[in-house]
Design a protein around this ligand. Sequence first.
Ligand SMILES: Cc1ncc(C[n+]2csc(CCOP(=O)(O)OP(=O)(O)O)c2C)c(N)n1
Ligand SMILES: [Mg+2]
Length: 305
Amino acid sequence: MVSGVIMYCKKNHEVAPQQERGETMTNLELQKMANEVRKGIVTSVHSAKAGHPGGSLSAADMFTYLYFEEMNIDPANPKWEDRDRFVLSKGHTAPGLYSALANRGYFPVEDLTTLRKIGSYLQGHPCMQETPGVDMSSGSLGQGISAAVGMALAAKLDKKDFRVYTLLGDGEIQEGQVWEASMFAGANKLDNLVVIVDNNGLQIDGKVEDVCSVYPIDAKFEAFNFQAINIDGHNFDEIRAAFKKARETKGKPTAIIMHTVKGKGVSFMEDKAGWHGKAPNDEEYATAMADLDKIAAELEKAGEV
Ligand SMILES: Cc1ncc(C[n+]2csc(CCOP(=O)(O)OP(=O)(O)O)c2C)c(N)n1
Ligand SMILES: [Mg+2]
């Protein structure tokens, strides 16, 4: 099992597209990989001395599932015409996307420490011209979902089978553009589109319900003619089942509302709005990595039982 995970990490560009692999990773392997993705997030943000760890860590399990199990992609051919597309609408959580892409073999994991540095292809927000595997530039909240809807419509018009996934923050869905895009997706029956909302409950200034409540999220998407599915975003069984249901549902797009913990995996960052956009100092970095090493050891032990 472990060697399988290491293969994903180390052998860049040697993993077959998802369609050829089928469901290949166990929950334990996914958990181990998500923990590696979290290490990459913490390491890159620490190295940059800036960036957004909280919302990257809450979505780490989702990034892992998308890139290692769900999407039909080929790291050796990032521009493959028929690949599934992913748009990180909450672009500030680029460290999460970059860590998943690096671990999946799009570029070396070692390059994560160049995050936000001058001349690096890993800028603070995703740039499709610079970074292999990034399908859409993003960062201005609310806009990514519109691009994703356009891609899903293009697939339909071109009679292509690829699917489109987009990840939004729960604070982000306060943007009006999100609902304009959703109305269009529902009206056009874009069943090749999955909108994922990272419902970690926090935005920059505190709780989403205190700043401007976004609840209920599922009923809002249903009103826009989506299928809405609520899941625990840290549970791979629930993630797997939601995507299966989305793939099987015809005639409407799916919204997956995943309940998560902002900062998940790093004890002192969990559920703290203060870790939305702040880098750990050297001491905090050591604690964060110790937390993640502990989780890795527990997962290793679980595999031996
Ligand atoms: C249009 C726009 N307004 C403001 C910002 C600045 N900004 C970056 S992240 C953020 C909060 C986002 O919160 P949420 O969507 O909940 O993200 P998460 O909790 O997943 O990090 C804001 C206001 C932005 N990037 N774009
Ligand atoms: Mg949030």
